[in-house]
Write a new protein. Structure first.
Ligand SMILES: NC(=O)c1ccc[n+]([C@@H]2O[C@H](COP(=O)([O-])OP(=O)(O)OC[C@H]3O[C@@H](n4cnc5c(N)ncnc54)[C@H](O)[C@@H]3O)[C@@H](O)[C@H]2O)c1
Length: 251
């Protein structure tokens, strides 16, 4: 129970990898706000946590909406009294067709930036007053290992995930004096439900072949790193990017 009495928000926690983060944070003792644009998904995950004896709140939120993100933070504090951990996991990814860069509609480019980067900014803004007042906090931003490889055919997505790294480093410098840690994780190709549904099996096999550990990556492979960065075990670590991809990229 490394996170006993801590309070966490997981954006995009209503399904996929975010759901697994939420369940495991709760198993370590944290009260968890499951925040997702898919409110029914968030409700189901919060209920699953409560069914295991944990504490959870579901919030429907579009992370690109400033007022909605403020309400997410307020609802968390009203329910649990504080905010210790923010996992910025929500993103537009699996719904994006893989296509050449010149075929990406400008509106789709804008939406990816709006959710994947502006959404991260707004969620940090929303929790900051509470973490600043507590003089502690852990912000964990989810990037992607495709930034090392320059993976093609989702240029907006790859660009946004590279932006997460600059955001993490600069924000870590601004929040050090408040004792708030800001770190990032770059997952490799991970078999979340949405990736299984939308990816060609040969694409997944190609990833496996390039890893040191030649097997599929699952959401559970990311949990240990998230718990480490959320817990006191990482208290002198900030501004860092930890790559978790079975050794496909070396960073
Ligand atoms: N699965 C992978 O291979 C992989 C690899 C590298 C990085 N990642 C990153 O890990 C994270 C989770 O990936 P996943 O495979 O579970 O993705 P997913 O698409 O299955 O889940 C994303 C979640 O974010 C939510 N969401 C989308 N837009 C939102 C918005 N505007 N406001 C609030 N919630 C919103 C969705 O409803 C969904 O629950 C993402 O940040 C993704 O970019 C995934």
């Amino acid at each position: 129970m490394r996170l006993q009495d801590r309070v966490a928000i997981v954006t995009g926690g209503g399904k996929g990898i975010g759901k697994v983060y939420a369940l495991h944070l709760a198993r370590e003792g944290a009260a968890v706000t499951v925040a997702d644009i898919d409110e029914a998904g968030a409700q189901a995950v919060a209920q699953a946590i409560r069914d295991e004896g944990g504490r959870a709140l579901a919030v429907g939120v579009d992370v690109s909406d400033p007022e909605a993100t403020k309400r997410m933070a307020q609802a968390t504090v009203e329910a649990f009294g504080r905010i210790d951990i923010l996992i910025n996991n929500a993103s537009v990814m699996s719904t994006l067709p893989r296509r050449p860069w010149y075929e990406i509609p400008v509106g789709e480019w804008d939406r990816v930036m709006e959710v994947n980067l502006k959404g991260m900014f707004l969620c940090c803004l929303a929790v900051y007053p509470y973490m600043k007042q507590q003089r502690s906090g852990k912000i964990i931003n989810i990037s992607s290992s495709r930034i090392y490889q320059g993976s093609p055919n989702r240029l907006h997505y790859t660009t946004s995930k590279a932006g997460v790294v600059g955001f993490t480093r600069a924000l870590a410098r601004e929040l050090g004096d408040d004792n708030i840690a800001v770190n990032a994780i770059s997952p490799g190709f991970t078999l979340s439900d949405s990736q299984i549904a939308t990816s060609d099996p040969s694409y997944a096999q190609g990833k496996v072949d390039r890893r040191c550990f030649k097997r599929d990556q699952y959401p559970e492979d990311l949990v240990g790193t998230v718990l480490f960065l959320a817990s006191d075990d990482s208290n002198f670590i900030t501004g860092q990017l930890i790559n978790v991809d079975g050794g496909e990229s070396m960073h």
